[in-house]
Design a protein around this ligand. Structure first.
Ligand code: ADP
Ligand code: MG
Length: 711
């Protein structure tokens, strides 16, 4: 029987009636986007001339006309008040990795002291939160604490509801008094601008007319749900988001019976409520399913404009947490909440559109194919040259436990193209047919590509960067990470490679354009094909092979952050106006410090749990056995003495080891992170062992078999 606290939790869960919050409605088309100040609402609340100007800003990225700011603010306020809002906030994404908000009421007082609801153009477009406590990595000293937030009109304002009201949220960028950027959105927006410019230039080379260029993202989000009653009994989960102790139960994910399994009613009720909220916020939640690990799930939206999709993913994570809480659950977004079973990631599906055409969709006519292959070559070159920079965006204390652990892609970045596309690339490289697969030599713009089936047959799940028919899927991101940085890197490095190609093909005379292009692409493939790998990325052979190919393998955060300081990477990001050198250096400092702090916090929590929760229980158990041994010695009992001695020995050794391991961790906490991680691991090993030695009714921490299976 389990401990009193655990028993109470289990009984409460057993008695709960399913269904989540009773009033929850399913998501509906009628309420889709009702809490967003979208184009439709804009047109309803604004004079036509103004909504046209605003829409142009949003769609074409033209600068916002400041003369309309007051009118837009007024319309937004009227709409928000109608929808129950009393406050507004600039909503931004500081380097903490989360989102930030500081609310102000619309309330204003007239000179006569009369209360009014006001919201000016200035309120809308610029905010001045005290920024002294946000990480800046030395860019700003606390005495010049002022930070600025500025409206990003390309992501619509929305309303966030709570039990007693609502708040108008205005997506903004965040920078310092002196203009240095302090957030994740600004560099993303800058990278988007760079990529769009380079794509437009490339389309010009192909004599294509001007069109609106967009970059799209569909992030698939994994998460765990456990009952809140268990969560509250685990100081490690409460403080660090992951279990620092806990022996994996005999049955966890081996049978793979959870993946795509029937969704339990309580979870489905939760998902329904999440979708209802997301749809109201205009977030197109589309797919829901059970994931591989027990108690693990996934939500995926329909892809959208990249900047919006990044904001939406931040909101998805928040809604998941809040709705879980209302349902007596806790949503764990940590990359590795439970040792020994799969952790959670975020698949980043990315593509580029020209008008309504997806440029990563191999077309059928020769002209379209040439453009497709050129972009493909640019991506191959970009990833090969800067895979370390892309890797840096997945670094972090949480993701370190997941990457390379044969449940997620390794820390070596490579590209999966699939057999068909690899064959095409081979032909391109050789400038002629390589096998019998296709009848014609492949000459760009002359012969058409063999028809490529949209859904590539082999969906290699082990690759960190995979072509999946009409998009690239980057699978390195951790479940709690913002998509902003990874896409910022992706956009910028691809922009640079496109420009590299444009530099070469822009000068080509029309009659030799195709042949010239073919040469350029051939050279790129020759030089960068080492980055392509279609095999099993989890295998040890690949690690060895990648080393032969000299592909970077940055195994953990400390190394993975270094590419931010590499001159070649810095030069690129500065050239494209995404960062200044100082901003990059500061980011390195911020992420390093965050990493060290997290490790230190984990060490402190582990020490506290071991000392105040585990050791007393083990010592008591040991005492019980010693007492039993004494009793047996005084009796004439001939059986049991040997058995008790064995138990006593095991418990005694465990007690000694626990005491030395906690002392070692305490000492390690004075030193470097490597020592802390090592000491935590050793302590965990002995704690997890004692979990099976101690009377179940005395074990204070909810066990894996309970958290992962009872909900
Ligand atoms: P999977 O098998 O990996 O689940 P799906 O086809 O279901 O693949 O798509 C996963 C995600 O990719 C979804 O969020 C989807 O919207 C997104 N996606 C599909 N096409 C594109 C695209 N062209 N650009 C960006 N994301 C896309
Ligand atoms: Mg999926």
């Amino acid at each position: 029987m389990c401990s009193q606290n655990r028993l109470l939790a289990i009984n409460a869960i057993a008695e709960r009636t399913h269904g989540g919050v009773q009033s929850a409605r399913p998501a509906s088309l009628a309420s889709y986007g009702e809490d967003v100040f979208n184009a439709e609402t804009m047109c309803k609340y604004l004079p036509r001339a103004m909504s046209t100007k605003l829409l142009a800003t949003i769609q074409k990225g033209t600068p916002l006309d400041s003369s309309i700011a007051d009118a837009v603010a007024h319309a937004m306020k009227e709409w928000a008040i109608c929808r129950g809002a009393t406050h507004f906030t600039h909503w931004f994404q500081p380097l903490t990795g989360g989102t930030a908000e500081k609310h102000d009421a619309f309330l204003e007082l007239s000179p006569a002291g009369k209360a009014l609801m006001g919201f000016s153009g200035k309120n809308l477009t610029i905010g001045e939160p005290d920024a002294s406590s946000f990480p800046s990595g030395g860019l700003r000293s606390t005495f010049e604490a002022r930070g600025y937030t500025a409206w990003d009109p390309t992501s619509p304002a929305f309303i966030k509801r709570h039990a007693n009201g609502a708040t108008l949220c205005i997506p903004t960028v965040f920078c310092s008094y002196t203009g240095e950027i302090l957030d994740k959105k600004t560099p993303l927006l800058r990278s988007l601008q760079a990529l769009k410019k380079s794509v437009a230039r490339l389309m010009g080379c192909f004599k294509m007319p001007e069109e609106i260029i967009t970059v799209t993202l569909g992030p698939e989000q994994e998460y765990f749900l456990i009952d809140k009653k268990f969560y509250l009994l685990r100081p490690d989960l409460v403080q660090t988001g992951r279990t620092l102790f806990g022996a994996p139960p005999p049955k966890h994910q081996q049978l793979e019976d959870h993946y795509f399994g029937a969704i339990k009613p309580r979870i489905l009720a939760f998902m329904t409520e999440v979708e209802n909220e997301l749809w109201r916020l205009g977030i197109p939640a589309k797919t829901r399913h059970n994931e591989v690990a027990p108690a693990q799930f996934e939500i995926a939206p329909i892809f959208e404009d990249l900047n919006l999709a990044v904001d939406h993913n931040m909101m998805v994570m928040e809604v998941l947490r809040q709705v879980a809480d209302r349902n007596g659950l806790v949503c764990l977004l940590h990359e590795k909440p439970f040792a020994g079973i799969n952790g959670s990631g975020k698949h980043n599906n990315w593509s580029i559109n020209y008008g309504d055409r997806n440029l990563l969709d191999p077309g059928n006519d020769p002209h379209e194919n040439a453009i497709f292959l050129t972009i493909l070559a640019a991506i191959i070159r970009a990833i090969d040259l800067h895979s370390d920079l892309l890797r840096s965006t997945t670094s972090g204390a949480g993701n370190d436990h997941r990457l390379g652990a044969n449940e997620a892609p390794p820390t070596i970045i490579s590209i999966f193209l699939g057999d068909q596309l690899t064959d095409v690339i081979n032909q391109l490289e050789n400038g002629a047919v390589t096998g019998s697969k296709h009848a014609d030599a492949m000459l760009i713009g002359v012969d058409s590509l063999p028809p490529l089936a949209r859904d590539v047959t082999d969906r290699n799940r082990t690759s960190p960067f995979a072509f999946t028919g009409n998009k690239f899927e980057f699978r390195g991101l951790g479940s709690s990470q913002s998509c902003a940085s990874a896409n910022m890197v992706l956009n910028t490095i691809v922009a640079e490679s496109l420009d590299y190609i444009c530099d070469k093909i822009e000068k080509l005379p029309e009659e030799s354009f195709n042949a010239g292009l073919q040469e350029v692409l051939k050279d790129i493939i020759r030089e960068h094909r080492r980055i392509i790998f279609n095999g099993d990325n989890y295998s040890s052979e690949w690690v060895a092979e990648a080393e032969r190919r000299r592909l970077p393998n940055l195994k953990a955060t400390m190394d993975a952050l270094k590419p931010l300081l590499k001159p070649q990477n810095q030069k690129l990001l500065v050239k494209y106006g995404v960062f200044t050198k100082a901003e990059l250096n500061s980011r390195y400092e911020v992420f390093m410090e965050e990493y060290h702090r997290k490790v230190r916090i984990e060490g402190g929590v582990a020490l506290e749990i071991a000392r105040s929760m585990i050791i007393p229980v083990v010592a008591e158990e040991f005492g019980k056995i010693i007492l039993a041994q004494r009793t047996i010695q005084g009796s004439r009992q001939s059986y049991g003495a040997a058995g008790l001695r064995t138990i006593a020995e095991k418990l005694g050794r465990a007690t000694d080891k626990l005491i030395t391991s906690t002392a070692e961790l305490e000492a390690a906490l004075e030193g470097k992170h490597e020592g802390i991680l090592q000491a935590m691991e050793e302590l965990r090993e002995i704690v997890d062992l004692t979990e099976h030695l101690v009377d179940d009714s005395a074990w204070p921490l909810p066990k894996y078999r309970e958290m992962l299976f009872i909900y």
